[in-house]
Design a protein around this ligand. Structure first.
Ligand SMILES: [Zn+2]
Length: 326
């Protein structure tokens, strides 16, 4: 699946199950988890794009608890102390305990902590991006546990052309901006908070990865640059056979790009420009020409060859599958 996502209001804090977990969920809760597939996804920023992704590295979490008294008191001094002093191999277990403690607090306790936190953050003269995020979350989802939970995740702000991949069981919530999103064909979303939709805290805490790490930001690999032909191709590889994404940037108007060959079904989405897309089956001699303009998309059939010519600067996003079974 390939789509353009325009995020104005934060999208639920969620994870997607692995294939193995999806199979189990489909068996036990088919009314909620409607297929047995995994749903890894890649997001490529089209504007500055903000997201909460992956649990923050251990040292950052320790620092966040140290400097944020409201958070520390809310989780419990003792629970935090155990997390700070435990052996390396015990860290994930303690992070799970912390995460679950968020979900088990009473409504009043949550309200009290958020009220204190918002008062402190609002009073700060120089607000950090994270301070602004917390205020935004409270405005969009007043007294939602996600306001506090956001401190556990990396707050990522990426620029157009940068991307990240969300692996199974990694927590994430898209906060603001426009992006291209490609994912495996599944609807399996396990939501924790920041949403009016169905929340499944139990499944979430059971299936979360509890890996603490920085989110890897992909810059895109320059697959080839044809300066004299005025175009370049940037690839965003993933380890999933369902999707690899490419961006074709056309810098020189009215010049044809080289031919691109695709063995499996692919989608081309025109992000910018207007001109001609020429497509043929690899064994045919003749190209079929179609006019294209911004916002249109084309399904490229297996074993096709395609080339583009734009009358102005253009940009085409491609989502390429790498398996016949899809
Ligand atoms: Zn997602």
């Amino acid at each position: 699946m390939f789509k353009v996502l325009s995020v104005e209001k934060v999208l639920s804090l969620q994870i997607h199950p692995s294939k193995q977990i999806a199979k189990k969920l489909y068996e036990t809760k088919p009314d909620v988890y409607k297929d047995d597939n995994h749903k890894p996804e890649i997001s490529i920023a089209l504007s500055e794009f903000e997201a909460l992704c992956n649990f923050r590295p251990y040292e950052e979490l320790v620092e966040a608890f140290r400097e944020n008294e409201v958070l520390r008191t809310f989780i419990g001094e003792e629970v935090v102390a155990h997390f700070q002093s435990c052996a390396v191999e015990e860290r994930s277990k303690h992070l799970r305990q912390i995460t679950e403690s968020f979900f088990h607090k009473g409504k009043e306790e949550v309200q009290e902590a958020i009220t204190k936190l918002i008062a402190q953050v609002s009073a700060k003269e120089n607000k950090t991006p994270r301070d602004k995020l917390v205020l935004k979350l409270q405005t969009q989802f007043p007294f939602d546990i996600g306001v506090l939970m956001s401190y556990l995740l990396n707050y990522l702000i990426i620029q157009p052309g940068q991307a990240f991949v969300m692996d199974p069981c990694e927590p994430h919530a898209y906060v603001f901006g426009n992006c291209l999103e490609a994912m495996a064909a599944s609807d399996n979303v396990i939501r924790g908070c920041l949403t009016p939709k169905y929340i499944d805290k139990e499944t979430l805490s059971e299936t979360l990865s509890y890996d603490m790490k920085n989110t890897v930001v992909l810059e895109g690999d320059k697959l080839y640059t044809h300066e004299k032909d005025g175009f370049q191709v940037v690839e965003y590889p993933t380890r999933y056979e369902e999707f690899t994404c490419r961006r074709v940037e056309i810098n020189q108007p009215n010049k044809e790009t080289s031919e691109f060959a695709y063995s499996y079904p692919s989608i081309a989405l025109i992000l910018k420009g207007k001109g001609l897309i020429s497509v043929k089956h690899k064994e045919d001699n003749e190209y079929m020409n179609h006019e294209f303009k911004e916002g249109q998309s084309f399904l490229l059939l297996p074993d096709s060859v395609v080339k583009f010519a734009s009358q102005e600067e253009g940009e085409v996003a491609l989502c390429i599958t790498t398996s016949q079974t899809l």
